[in-house]
Design a protein around this ligand. Structure first.
Ligand SMILES: Cc1ncc(COP(=O)(O)O)c(C=O)c1O
Length: 369
C-alpha cells in the first residue's frame, strides 16, 4: 500500500494537523471525571437569548430540505448592518471555512501568503491547503507590529497578507495608525489585506480601527467575522466576510454550495438582532476578566489584559501547570500550541467556571514551584 502515500499531495507535509483544545467528553473518559471546566476555545459561555433559541427551533422544522445556498436573509441583514451591498458579503462555515474557500479562490500554486506570527494556526493550514507558500514574519514577544518589516517580507509572489485584529494568541489590537499604514502600503503594491476580526465585538480600546472603515476607504480588503465568539454559536459554524465583489464572485465558484446549515443561518440572523445581548456579554466578560486578573495577581501570576475574551498567563512552568490543571478537570490552552512558549491562554468563562480555574490553579501552583 506504499503507493497510497504517493497519492497524497507533497505540499501537505508543510502542515501539521490542527491541535484543538481537548473536548470535555475526552477528558472525562480519560480521567473518569464528572465535572470538567473547559476554558480553551474562547467560546461565549453565557446562555443564548430566547429569540435565538426560538429561531433554532423554527429552522429544525425543515431539516429535510437543503438550506438556502445564498443565506440570503442573513446576507441582507449583514449588508444593511455594515452599509454594503449584498454582493459584498460572504456567508461561510465559520472563519475557517471562509479562509479555505477564499484562498482556493485567490491562490495560484506557489503564491505567497504572508503572516506575522504567532498567529491563529489555521491560517497556515488554509494557505498551504490551497497550494500557497506560507511566509511567516516572526514578531518578538511584546513587540508592536512593524509594518515596514511585514512589507519587507512581501515579494511579487505575495497574494495576500493575513492578520487577526485583535490578535490570537496575543489578544492585542493593532492600533489605528498602523492598520491604516498597512492597508495603504499593501494596496499600493496590489497585495490583498485579509483581516480576521473574530474578537472585534469584545474590543473596548478606542484606538481600534474596524476593518469596515478600511473597506469603505480603500475597498480592496477582506474582513472576516464570526458567529462563533461573542454571538455564542460556535457549534453552528457560521462566519461572514465583507469583501470586494470580484472576490465574492470568485468565492461563490469554489465554496461548498450548502456549507451553512439552515440552523446556522436562522440562529445567526436572530443573534445579529440581539444588540443588547452582545453588549451585555462584552461588559460581563470585561468585568470577569478584571476580577480574574486581580485574583491572579494575588497569587503572584502575571496575566496580560487583552481586547478579547481570553487572558494570557505568563509562567515559566506553563507546560507543567497545563498538565496538572487537566488532572484537576480544567482545560486551558498551552501557549506552545500557538507559538507562544511560556504562556497559558485561558478563556474567560462563567464566574463559577473561572472560580474553579482559580482554585485549581492555586492548588497546582503549590505543586510546581
Ligand atoms: C483569530 C481567530 N479566528 C478565527 C477563529 C475561529 O473562527 P470560526 O469558529 O469562525 O472558524 C478563532 C477561534 O478560536 C480565532 O481565534
Amino acid at each position: 500500500m506504499a503507493w497510497l502515500r504517493g497519492i497524497i499531495r507533497n505540499g501537505l507535509s508543510g502542515i501539521e494537523k490542527y491541535k484543538y483544545g481537548k473536548p470535555v467528553s475526552e477528558l472525562q473518559r480519560e480521567l473518569g471525571l464528572d465535572k470538567v471546566v473547559r476554558l480553551c476555545s474562547n467560546e461565549n459561555p453565557w446562555p443564548l437569548p430566547e429569540s435565538v433559541m426560538r429561531a433554532i427551533g423554527v429552522s429544525l422544522e425543515k431539516v429535510n430540505c437543503y438550506p438556502d445556498p445564498q443565506s440570503y436573509r442573513l446576507r441582507r441583514l449583514l449588508a444593511k448592518k455594515w452599509g454594503v451591498s449584498t454582493g459584498e458579503v460572504i456567508i461561510g462555515a465559520g472563519t475557517e471555512g471562509i479562509l479555505h474557500s477564499l484562498f482556493h479562490a485567490t491562490v495560484d500554486p506557489g503564491d505567497e501568503i504572508v503572516c506575522p506570527v504567532p498567529a491563529y494556526p489555521l491560517y497556515r493550514v488554509a494557505a498551504i491547503a490551497a497550494a500557497a507558500k506560507f511566509v511567516e514574519v516572526p514578531v518578538e514577544e511584546g513587540a508592536t507590529l512593524d509594518i515596514g518589516r511585514i512589507m519587507n517580507f512581501c515579494t511579487d509572489k505575495t497574494k495576500a497578507v493575513i492578520i487577526s485584529n485583535p490578535g490570537n494568541p496575543t489578544g492585542k489590537i493593532i492600533e489605528r495608525d498602523r492598520m491604516l499604514l498597512l492597508a495603504h502600503e499593501l494596496d499600493s503594491r496590489q497585495i490583498l489585506l485579509v483581516v480576521d476580526e473574530a474578537y472585534a465585538e469584545y474590543v473596548e480600546d478606542p484606538n481600534y480601527l474596524a476593518g469596515i472603515e478600511l473597506f469603505r476607504d480603500i475597498g480592496r480588503i477582506v474582513i472576516t467575522r464570526t458567529f462563533s465568539k461573542i454571538y455564542g454559536l460556535a457549534a453552528l459554524r457560521v462566519g461572514y466576510s465583507i469583501a470586494p465583489k470580484t472576490i465574492v464572485e470568485a468565492y461563490d465558484k469554489v465554496h461548498p454550495v450548502f456549507e451553512v446549515s439552515r440552523v446556522g443561518q436562522y440562529a445567526a440572523h436572530a443573534a445579529l438582532l440581539e444588540e443588547t445581548f452582545i453588549k451585555d456579554v462584552r461588559l460581563k466578560t470585561v468585568a470577569e476578566m478584571t476580577r480574574v486578573q486581580r485574583r491572579l495577581a494575588d497569587m503572584g501570576v502575571s496575566a496580560e489584559n487583552t481586547q478579547t475574551n481570553f487572558l494570557l498567563l505568563k509562567h515559566k512552568k506553563s507546560e507543567d501547570i497545563f498538565e496538572r490543571l487537566l488532572q484537576e478537570g480544567v482545560i486551558v490552552r498551552k501557549g506552545s500550541d500557538l507559538g507562544l512558549e511560556g504562556y497559558l491562554r485561558v478563556t474567560i468563562g462563567l464566574p463559577e467556571e473561572n472560580d474553579v480555574f482559580l482554585s485549581s490553579l492555586k492548588k497546582v501552583l503549590t505543586q510546581v514551584v
